[in-house]
Design a protein around this ligand. Sequence first.
Ligand code: NAI
Length: 272
Amino acid sequence: MSYNLLKGKRGIIFGALDENSIAWKTAERVHEEGGVFVLSNAPIAMRMGTIDQLAAKTGSHIIPADATSEEDLQNLVEKSMELLGGKIDFVLHSIGMSVNVRKGKAYTDQKYDWTQKGTDVSAMSFHKVMQTLYKNDAMNEWGSIVALTYMAAQRVFPDYNDMADNKAYLESVARSFGYFFGRDHKVRVNTISQSPTATTAGQGVKGFDGFISYADKMSPLGNASALDCANYTVSLFSDLTRKVTLQNLFHDGGFSNMGVSDAVMEAFEKGQ
Ligand code: NAI
């Protein structure tokens, strides 16, 4: 269903790798709602993924950018404004990667240059994206910037490894930068704390299958899908949420406020 919520708005969407990506679903929904945008991803992801199909489907341009590179981000922001014909109204940061997770290094046995790389890609990149937009005065008033996060920033999920720390950093950057963006440009900045979702990044976490079904059983509404997340993001990009800022918004079917559910108790009792 389309409501034309983003008609006349221009944006940048980071992180669509393949059709499972949360950013992919978001791009499709933003397009349906009348928004126009540039798609961006790391140069290496261009070769691995299928982003060109998404660009064709949504009539968008692709501008590669390593989100850790200030030079790439400067080029992306300048070219996006040229291609889209004006300043930006919405930005989705949907980027995450931990080398320690990828290579199976435990949280208690980190290789710190990998840890630093993960922090740069997953968290500091959000600061870099916002600083580039801010310094170029690239955002329209009442624009909206969203990044995706996970509840391991607040609670312990052992296999989430150093990504938990990266997400805590990311959420803090949203608040800190959100203050300056709000004060100076009336731009809002929020993070969405999403349910476990079956994507390339999600499935990289050890024990993901158990994890996703546990969350589903624990949540009164069940897990939020990538499409649900896309819909929520559309609402945050729209003019219907203009005064929502500096928030970490849980989008998880209720999981974050649960202690235990009947379904989890039942599974636990059966296992005894
Ligand atoms: P995904 O694997 O489809 O997307 C991750 C994206 O990050 C990829 O497109 C990848 O190319 C991009 N990326 C990695 N390094 C980059 C770099 N240096 N520069 C630019 N882009 C880079 O997976 P998913 O799940 O759609 O991830 C999107 C966001 O959602 C991430 O921030 C993730 O942590 C977050 N999230 C995911 C959950 C899940 O269970 N899948 C749950 C909660 C949050």
